[in-house]
Design a protein around this ligand. Structure first.
Ligand SMILES: C[S@@+](CC[C@H](N)C(=O)[O-])C[C@H]1O[C@@H](n2cnc3c(N)ncnc32)[C@H](O)[C@@H]1O
Length: 270
């Protein structure tokens, strides 16, 4: 069984990105080939200036660099999370991190070939403002890519390769939280169009989130709420119940965790 967490949570506490206790929650993961293949079909990383807004621990900042981007700037509004990103990836040539709000990054107009936002928009209070900011920062002819889960993506049923779906079977109220914070595919597309972008389109991606050596590795992450803000909506007793329930649904061996995402792309008029 797992070590007891530092301080027991008797009530759910929504994630606070600025709390140093959460500084590593989006670190220590690598982008999978399923993501690389999909993304290179949507935007050309070779020699590109890329901005990764809401970069978290820099998993995808690094991935853009590895795909051949000339520069990648990770932007995030959390100092502790950015510190971890810098420590892990800041040494890579062309890779930099800066503190910034998604709706007001402070980056120059038309300075990016690609603006990328993964798992950001369901956390922002003003989607239109975030999309307008990206449309300002991307250069004419450049590409804006948003990756997030819609309510339909979240509602995908649980399965051994999609255990996230089981969270909502065990705690249906979590689905209400998700539905309240996640914009639909058309809401995002409309925001892109309203920001003056063209060629707006969307597609689905089953991305491998992580490969775990065995079930207990996976459950250890769940027990720590690592990289899953929705688990901050459970208190510790509920989290223990979830772990026990998932243990009955997964076999002991390796776990390959996949999630369904929506990818929206749009181009700034030349
Ligand atoms: C779910 S994490 C995603 C991290 C990373 N993009 C990934 O996919 O691994 C969301 C990140 O967005 C950041 N964030 C949330 N709201 C933000 C805002 N308004 N401005 C800038 N960053 C924000 C958080 O600090 C967090 O690091």
């Amino acid at each position: 069984m797992f070590a007891r967490r530092r301080s027991a949570r008797l009530e759910p506490v929504p994630i606070d990105f600025h709390d140093t206790a959460n500084r590593r929650t989006y670190s220590g993961r690598e982008a999978d080939d399923s993501w690389r293949t999909a993304i290179t079909g949507l935007a050309d990383p070779a020699g590109a200036a890329v901005v990764d807004v809401g970069c978290g621990g820099g998993t995808y900042t690094r991935a853009w660099h590895e795909l051949g981007a000339a520069s990648v700037t990770g932007v995030d509004f959390s100092e502790p999370i950015l510190d971890e990103a810098r420590a892990a990836h800041g040494h890579l040539p062309g890779v930099g991190f800066r503190l910034g709000e998604a709706a007001a990054t402070g980056l120059p107009d038309s300075s990016a070939d690609v603006v990328f936002e993964r798992a950001l928009i369901h956390h922002v209070p003003d989607l239109a403002a975030v999309v307008r900011e990206a449309a300002r920062v991307v250069r004419p002819g450049g590409v804006y890519v948003i990756q997030d889960r819609t309510p339909e993506d979240v509602a995908e049923p649980g399965a051994p390769e999609h255990p996230r779906g089981w969270l909502f079977e065990v705690f249906p109220r979590l689905l209400e939280v998700e539905n309240a914070r996640r914009p639909s595919a058309s809401t995002v597309a409309d925001a892109m169009t309203a920001a003056g972008l063209r060629d707006v389109s969307s597609s689905s991606l089953w991305e491998v989130r992580r490969r775990y050596a065995d079930r207990e590795d996976y459950l250890a992450e769940i027990a720590e709420r690592t990289g899953r803000s929705i688990l901050h909506e459970l208190d510790d007793g509920e989290l223990d119940h979830l772990v026990a329930e998932l243990r009955t649904r997964l076999s002991e061996g390796p776990v390959v965790e996949r999630d369904r995402w929506t990818l929206w792309t749009a181009v700034r008029d030349a």
